[in-house]
Design a protein around this ligand. Structure first.
Ligand SMILES: *Cc1c(COP(=O)(O)O)cnc(C)c1O
Length: 329
């Protein structure tokens, strides 16, 4: 199954009033550097601090009344868990978020404050997923995964519709890439409206599962390593049904960034654009600064999220930390 403009337009109607239409602004400094207009889609200003609210809101709103009465469940340590908790609260539904013991306390508190039932199980994401499977089987909760689901992809695609309205002459769009829910939805929307516009995925070099899978021609597993772009970590699922095929068919290129290039993106966002972004949200800027993206017309960079530990952010902008392993310093 493939998500098209039609699904994405339906998603936009479904989530109207539940998510923000975020601004898209011209970056003076990056435009000068690139020699063509560079626009920043400020999606890190989205409610809950990341675009994940679009997919979660759409998936929750698309549930039947009977499914809504059962509640939703997901294993997520980060932005998807937060978004799902928020979307479920808005619908007056139960949400259970499962995570491992290794998740930092601040992330856990943020999700709990949204009224979700947080279950701490085991020492890995796999253990957390086992608890999700148990809750689906035994308590009838509905699982909503972070990327490989048609309503999630369609919801993320609404970001692409906004971009093409805000920058109708966009020649390229740079999209942060992990499981590919965002890239699939944005590429379907952008190319649906403007087939000639290039859509380029950007991942970190440390543990880029989608890039390795695209190179192999099938979903493969990669070792998960600490990275400043922590929201881009994790696999794409060996049983991936939707986002692998969509990324294969729709992305024009995938760029990989070193840790210091991601740090440079975070620093530039702060110093030149006065924006606080997390590592995953800074990879578009990082790619442009490193001259790794072959863009030659109006370009849009998606700043996808802002949920970074502020002590780490401070060290990065002071130039004291350029890798995730320096976190504990
Ligand atoms: C989840 C996430 C991504 C990657 O999205 P995928 O759909 O998994 O590719 C990028 N940036 C931020 C801030 C995220 O939370």
């Amino acid at each position: 199954m493939l998500i098209t403009l039609q699904h994405i337009r339906a998603a936009r109607e479904r989530i109207a009033g539940k998510v923000e239409r975020t601004p898209c602004v011209l970056s003076q400094s990056l435009s000068e550097r690139a020699g063509h207009p560079v626009h920043l889609k400020l999606e890190h200003h989205q409610t809950t601090g990341a675009f994940k609210l679009r997919g979660a809101s759409n998936a929750v709103a698309a549930l039947s009344p009977e499914e809504k009465s059962r509640g939703v469940v997901a294993a997520s340590t980060g932005n998807h868990g937060r978004a799902l908790a928020h979307a479920a609260k808005l619908e007056g539904m139960r949400a259970v978020i499962c995570m491992s013991r290794l998740v930092p306390g601040n992330k856990l508190d943020a999700i709990r404050r949204l009224g979700a039932d947080v279950r701490i199980v085991g020492n890995s994401q796999d253990d957390a997923q086992q608890e999700v499977d148990r809750l689906v089987a035994e308590e009838g909760l509905v699982m909503l995964p972070p990327f490989d689901h048609p309503d999630i992809v369609a919801g993320q695609g609404t970001l692409g519709l906004e971009i093409m309205e805000q920058v109708p002459d966009a020649a390229s769009v740079l999209v942060p890439l992990s499981g590919g829910g965002l890239a699939s939805g944005v590429a379907a929307a952008v190319k649906g409206v403007s087939p000639g516009t290039k859509v380029i995925g950007v991942s970190m070099a440390r543990g880029a599962a989608m890039k390795a899978s695209l190179d192999a021609g099938r979903p493969v597993q990669v070792e998960e390593l600490p990275t400043l772009a922590d929201s881009l970590g994790g696999g794409i699922g060996l049983d991936n049904r939707l986002t692998f095929g969509m990324c294969r068919d729709l992305l024009d290129d995938v760029i990989l960034l070193a840790e210091d290039e991601i740090a440079a993106g975070i620093r530039h966002a702060y110093e030149e654009e006065r924006e606080i972004v997390e590592g995953a949200g800074a990879v578009g800027i990082g790619a442009l600064l490193a001259a790794k993206a072959s863009t030659n017309g109006p370009t849009v960079l998606i700043l996808s999220g802002r949920n970074i530990d502020m002590a780490l952010h401070r060290r990065i902008v002071c130039g004291e930390a350029a890798t995730a392993t320096e976190r504990a310093a």
